[in-house]
Design a protein around this ligand. Structure first.
Ligand code: NAD
Length: 300
C-alpha cells in the first residue's frame, strides 16, 4: 500500500500546540505537508496566552526536516490564521478545526460567560477559520475540512451543556458545508475523538489515559484529508485504535390522517409504534427525511 502523502499541500490546524492537534500536525508534516500550527497557548479552560505551545511544535517539525509556521491568534480571529497560511505558503488545502476548551459545570451553576466562551472558541472560531478559507478552496476547486465534535454533543454529558451545544453545532455546520462544498470538490467530515489530553486528564482514569494516545486518532484525520478520499459529510467516532461511522436513525413512525384534527390522545395511543426502532431507517439528507411526511400528505 502506498503512503498517503501531502507533498505540495498546505494544512492549517487550530489548537495544534497540544494533544490531538499536535499529533495531527506532526503526522501531516511527516507526510510532506507544510503546516500552520495555530495555538493561543491558554489553559484548558481558556485563560491566559503563551506563544511557546505553537513554537515548540514548529521546532519539533523543523528538527525532523519538516516545514511549519506558528500562528498565535485565537481561533476567533480565524481570518488572521488563513492570512498567515497564505503569506507563508501561498495556498490552503486542508483546514482542521480542532482548538477547544472546557468550562464544565452543572447547568444550574453555569454562567453566561462559560456559555459564551465555549461557544466562541468552538463554534465561532470554526466559523471564522472555515469562512476565511472557503473562497480560496472554492476558487481552486479543492479542499478538505475536518470538524472536531464530541460524544458529549452527540449523546449529552452531565456538566457539559455549553460544550455539548457547541460540539453538536459543529456537526450541523459540517453537514451544511459538505452540501455547499460538494460541487467545488470540498469535502467536509467530522470526528468525535477520545484521547488522553489536558481536556481528559482529570476526567478519565490514569490507566485508561495511557492507552488513549492521540496518535491513535490522527490516522483517521490523515485519511479523511487525503486527495484520494472521496466521502464527505461523515461522522466518525474514533479512539484507542477503533474507528466507526455514525448516522441518524429514525423509526418508521406512524402517519395519522391529515383530513382530521390530530390529538395528543391519538399520539399517546400509537406511542409504542412511534418509538419502535425495530425497523428503523436512516435518512441521509433533508429530502429523504421529508419523504415520510410528504407520503402522509398523499404526495409520496
Ligand atoms: N481529548 C478528547 O478525548 C476529546 C474528546 C472529544 C473532543 N475533543 C476535542 O478535540 C479537540 C482537541 O482537544 P484536546 O483533547 O487535544 O485538548 P488540548 O487542550 O490538549 O488541545 C487543545 C488546544 O487548543 C488550544 N486552544 C484553545 N483555545 C484556543 C483558541 N481560542 N485559539 C487557538 N487555540 C486554542 C489550546 O491552547 C490547546 O493547545 C477539542 O476541540 C476538543 O473539544 C477531545
Amino acid at each position: 500500500m502506498s503512503q498517503l502523502r501531502f507533498d505540495d499541500r498546505v494544512v492549517v490546524i487550530t489548537g495544534a500546540g497540544n494533544g490531538l492537534g499536535k499529533s495531527h500536525a506532526l503526522e501531516f508534516a511527516r507526510r510532506g505537508a507544510r503546516v500552520v500550527i495555530n495555538d493561543l497557548g491558554g489553559s484548558a479552560s481558556g485563560d491566559g496566552f503563551n506563544r511557546s505551545a505553537a513554537d515548540q511544535v514548529v521546532s519539533e517539525i523543523s528538527a525532523h526536516g519538516g516545514e511549519a509556521v506558528a500562528n498565535h491568534d485565537s481561533v476567533t480571529y480565524g481570518d488572521r490564521i488563513i492570512e498567515c497560511a497564505l503569506d507563508n505558503f501561498g495556498r490552503i488545502d486542508v483546514v482542521i478545526n480542532n482548538a477547544g476548551i472546557l468550562r464544565d459545570k452543572a447547568f444550574h451553576n453555569m454562567t453566561e460567560e462559560d456559555w459564551d466562551l465555549v461557544y466562541n472558541v468552538h463554534v465561532k472560531g470554526a466559523f471564522k477559520l472555515s469562512h476565511a478559507a472557503w473562497p480560496h478552496l472554492r476558487e481552486q476547486s479543492y479542499g478538505r475540512l475536518i470538524f472536531t465534535t464530541s460524544a458529549a454533543g452527540i449523546y449529552g454529558n452531565f456538566g457539559q451543556a455549553n460544550y455539548a451545544m457547541a460540539k453538536l453545532g459543529l456537526h450541523g455546520l459540517a453537514q451544511t458545508l459538505a452540501i455547499e462544498g460538494k460541487k467545488h470538490n470540498i469535502l467536509v467530515n467530522t470526528i468525535a475523538p477520545i484521547a488522553a489530553s489536558r481536556l481528559t486528564e482529570n476526567i478519565l482514569p490514569g490507566p485508561l489515559l495511557k492507552l488513549l494516545k492521540p496518535e491513535l486518532v490522527t490516522p483517521l484525520v490523515v485519511k479523511l484529508c487525503h486527495d484520494s478520499h472521496q466521502d464527505s459529510a461523515g461522522l466518525y467516532e474514533v479512539g484507542a485504535g477503533w474507528v466507526g461511522a455514525l448516522r441518524w436513525q429514525r423509526t418508521l413512525g406512524h402517519g395519522f390522517p391529515v383530513t382530521a384534527p390530530l390529538t395528543a390522545e391519538q399520539i399517546e395511543e400509537k406511542w409504542s409504534v412511534i418509538t419502535d426502532f425495530t425497523h428503523a431507517n436512516h435518512p441521509e439528507n433533508g429530502p429523504q427525511a421529508l419523504a415520510a411526511i410528504m407520503t402522509n400528505l398523499g404526495h409520496g
